[in-house]
Design a protein around this ligand. Structure first.
Ligand code: ADP
Ligand code: MG
Length: 496
């Protein structure tokens, strides 16, 4: 543990800090160290190292302690898992009126004042949790930042999503470059509108926010509004009911940069589309920037007015593809580092090879892995990664069924699939059948009896025998093991 320079002052006598203590760093350090001493006794040493040592005390004002955490993810985690422990501890050390605030560390590469933005935003976002955590805390932003705060609040932008933490790869290179160009010169490029499309979890929303944040940060757009098409629709319907459509239209038609996420949800909503069409035209004519995202290319949008679709296609359309292996590795490396973890390279490779569909799932696996390591007090190694992935993958994917396994196995071994259910004892068929049974046992929740029934009414002891045979062979025959692994992957992928 990193000891404070003035560690000599740390001791039981500083258990309680007087209400009127002045906020200086060393006070914060002393208070936090007193907390750490108590916490260390109540959590595993891995949890302590992982979740408490990285926290840096920043300042103490009265009984309000501000600590800095490395990332939003870190904050979320600590808040979710150690809320009551921290509450109790702070209460013991600082007394009943204790308040704890979190600041989230700024990115090194970000513009200079992001530090303050993050400070404010983390407080703004977390004010509520801090309140629930410790009673009555209310956050008042420092005056100097109030304006920026208001600007950000109105824009609906999430400061967590930046270009800096958006990892480049072949799969998103065009969309990223276009978004960056637009952020640096909204309304001033031929990319108007910019439409980014791609499957779920691939980074569209992240990119939309990054674009808006950047445009504000460099002062290229005063009024930026990010809105999902769903929210736009709801607000529009509300506006109709409240007889405030003019106000609504005026709001969206007086921005410099309008970002609408997930425009596929406009589908079938004719009146909203009509309003949006006019908003679009107004902004376009004024030389304002419009940025849209969609889960399919504009021309494939169903239930959308042709007029809109042709407008959407008049600027630049850029796609985001699922990340390739190198990008997945880069993302895992970066995200684990950002959260204060160093994952062994073989673990990173293992996750990157097995979780291929999107980035949200990659993040999900990483979080589960860290969680398991921390809660079970285990080292992060390949075994743990395998365990975690098995659970995560089965949670993420729709249930696999035995027919599907049979089909995939037969395709793989190039045999007709009714032979798996037939009586034949031909060696190659028996082998394929055993592998299919093994995978059915591994990948579904079916009972041995059910599995047997799917294989021409064989009984459960046959399934056990098959399972054991395959299990043993996997241990001793690397080529066989590879085949089985490849099959497992294909099956998991086809169930997606
Ligand atoms: P979409 O809107 O396409 O469904 P999101 O933008 O919500 O996807 O991305 C899902 C998660 O993956 C988010 O947490 C996001 O930060 C992360 N993510 C996506 N792409 C990247 C990337 N290139 N670099 C870093 N994180 C990414
Ligand atoms: Mg999204």
């Amino acid at each position: 543990m990193r000891m404070p320079t003035d560690s000599a002052h740390v001791g039981p006598s500083i258990d309680r800090v007087p209400e009127d203590a002045v906020g200086i760093e060393t006070d914060a350090r002393r208070v936090w160290d007193a907390c750490l001493e108590r916490i260390e006794e109540r959590v595993t040493s891995l949890s302590f190292k992982t979740w408490f040592q990285p926290i840096v005390p920043q300042k103490l004002v009265g009984s309000k302690l501000t600590v800095q955490v490395p990332s939003q993810f870190f904050y979320d985690w600590v808040e979710q898992h150690y809320n009551s422990l921290i509450r109790e501890t702070i209460g013991e050390v600082l007394g009943e009126n204790a308040h704890l605030y979190y600041a989230i560390a700024a990115d090194d590469h970000a513009p200079a004042d992001t530090d303050h933005n993050n400070f404010i935003n983390s407080n703004r976002q977390n004010a509520e949790s801090a309140t629930t955590m410790l009673g009555s805390a209310a956050f008042a932003p420092r005056a100097a930042f109030r304006q920026l705060d208001a600007l950000l609040a109105q824009s609906n932008l999430n400061p967590r999503y930046t270009f800096e933490n958006f990892i480049k790869g072949d799969s998103n290179q065009l969309a990223r470059a276009a978004a960056l160009a637009v952020a640096n010169n909204p309304g001033g490029t031929s990319f108007n509108p910019l439409v980014v499309y791609g499957g779920t979890g691939l980074g569209k929303t992240h990119l939309m926010h990054a674009l808006g944040n950047q445009a504000i940060a460099i002062g290229k757009a005063k009024r930026v509004v990010y809105v999902s098409s769903e929210k736009f629709t709801i607000e529009f319907v509300d506006a109709i009911q409240a007889d405030r459509v003019n106000e609504f239209s005026h709001f969206y038609r007086s921005v410099d940069l309008l970002i609408v996420d997930d425009i596929q949800f406009f589908s079938g909503k004719e009146k909203t589309q009509d309003n949006f069409f006019h908003t679009f035209n107004t902004l376009y004519q004024l030389g304002k920037q419009i940025v849209l995202s969609s889960d399919v290319p504009p021309k494939e949008l169903k239930g959308l007015d042709e007029r809109l679709i042709s407008r959407f296609q008049s600027g630049l359309t850029a796609d985001i593809q699922p990340p390739d292996l190198e990008t997945r590795i880069a993302i895992l490396r970066r995200k684990s580092e950002d959260n204060g973890f160093e994952l062994p390279p073989d673990v990173i490779d293992f996750i990157a090879v097995n979780v291929t569909s999107n980035i949200r799932e990659l993040e999900g696996c990483l979080i589960s892995l860290i969680a398991r390591a921390s809660l079970d007090n285990r080292d992060v190694n390949l075994d743990l990664a395998r365990d975690v992935l098995r659970v995560v993958v089965s949670e993420l994917k729709s249930p696999i069924n035995i027919d599907q396994i049979q089909r995939t196995v037969c395709e793989f071994f190039d045999i007709p699939d009714d032979l798996l259910r037939a009586k034949t004892r031909k060696q190659e068929i028996v082998g394929a059948r055993q592998v299919a049974m093994y995978l059915a046992k591994e990948l579904t929740h079916s009972s041995l009896k059910t599995i047997g029934l799917h294989f021409g009414g064989r009984d459960h002891s046959t399934v056990i025998h098959a399972f054991q045979t395959v299990h043993d062979r996997i241990k001793n025959d690397p080529v066989f093991r590879q085949n089985v692994e490849q099959l497992r992957k294909r099956i998991e992928m086809s169930s997606h």
